[in-house]
Design a binder for this molecule. Structure first.
Ligand SMILES: C[S@@+](CC[C@H](N)C(=O)[O-])C[C@H]1O[C@@H](n2cnc3c(N)ncnc32)[C@H](O)[C@@H]1O
Length: 222
């Protein structure tokens, strides 16, 4: 499947205003190869803070879905669950809303095309709605420098984690606090934050926590 758009510049104005020069396929692959093992872990979370129309995120999703196909293509429930998990692990921010829309559509199309290639039909409607909901919550329009959306509110990312069976849990975190947790110095504002040895960072308190829900029903969270 061709997943990389073959243009790097949309307009001179966009280059001047936003430094928008999109990365070519060869460079995307070469860079992702540097972190190949991490990328190929279905649940390893990836955030691109200036994701453009998704050249990196699209290739990351393709690589993860290849792994899902390799291990789970003989079991429909497992395939859907693990490809869903792959989608939940991908995050992006871009300051231009048309890039965000394009990126979401691209990632959604990749999920649909890969599923159709394996099962020769379309995923159920609730599954499609759930995937779209996750993508809209994970790929956000905002300023990655101020870590705020265009209306000035903090960028909030949702963490998705399977708890038992098909139940998934959502916790919302402020982007700026997630980054603050990586600082060596602990401040008074981080009093209740817990240290995570695996990622060597403090985990902030979530802004909101939601009860576990079957993963194909996540769209009912709002
Ligand atoms: C050099 S392009 C790279 C796009 C994509 N990462 C790629 O490699 O194809 C830079 C992108 O950053 C976005 N951008 C510029 N300033 C930004 C900011 N403060 N916050 C988020 N995105 C920003 C632009 O809209 C553009 O899509």
């Amino acid at each position: 499947m061709k997943i990389i758009n073959n243009y790097q510049v949309k307009s001179k104005k966009r280059v001047a205003d936003h430094g928008e020069v999109l990365t070519a396929e060869r460079e995307v692959n070469a860079m992702l190869d540097l972190v190949k093992q991490e990328i190929e872990r279905i649940d390893s979370r990836c955030l691109e803070p200036a994701c453009g129309n998704g050249n990196f995120l699209a290739e990351i999703l393709c690589r993860k879905l290849k792994i899902v196909q390799k291990y789970y293509n003989s079991n429909h429930n497992d395939y859907v669950k693990y490809s869903f998990l792959a989608v939940t692990s991908i995050y992006g921010v871009d300051i231009l809303s048309d890039n965000v829309d394009e990126c979401i559509t691209r990632l959604f199309d990749i999920f649909i095309n890969e599923y159709s290639a394996v099962f020769k039909n379309m995923p159920f409607d609730d599954c499609q709605q759930a995937i779209l909901y996750i993508l809209r919550r994970n790929v956000l329009c905002g300023d990655a420098l101020t870590m705020r959306t265009v209306d000035g509110s903090p960028i909030i990312f949702s963490e998705w984690s399977f708890v038992t069976g098909d139940l998934i849990k959502r916790r919302d975190f402020r982007f700026d606090e997630l980054l603050q947790g990586h600082q060596k110095q602990r401040t008074i504002f981080m009093d209740d934050w817990k240290y995570d040895d695996e990622i060597n960072a403090y985990i902030p308190l979530p802004m909101r926590e939601f009860p576990p829900i079957p993963y194909t029903m996540v769209q009912n969270y709002d």
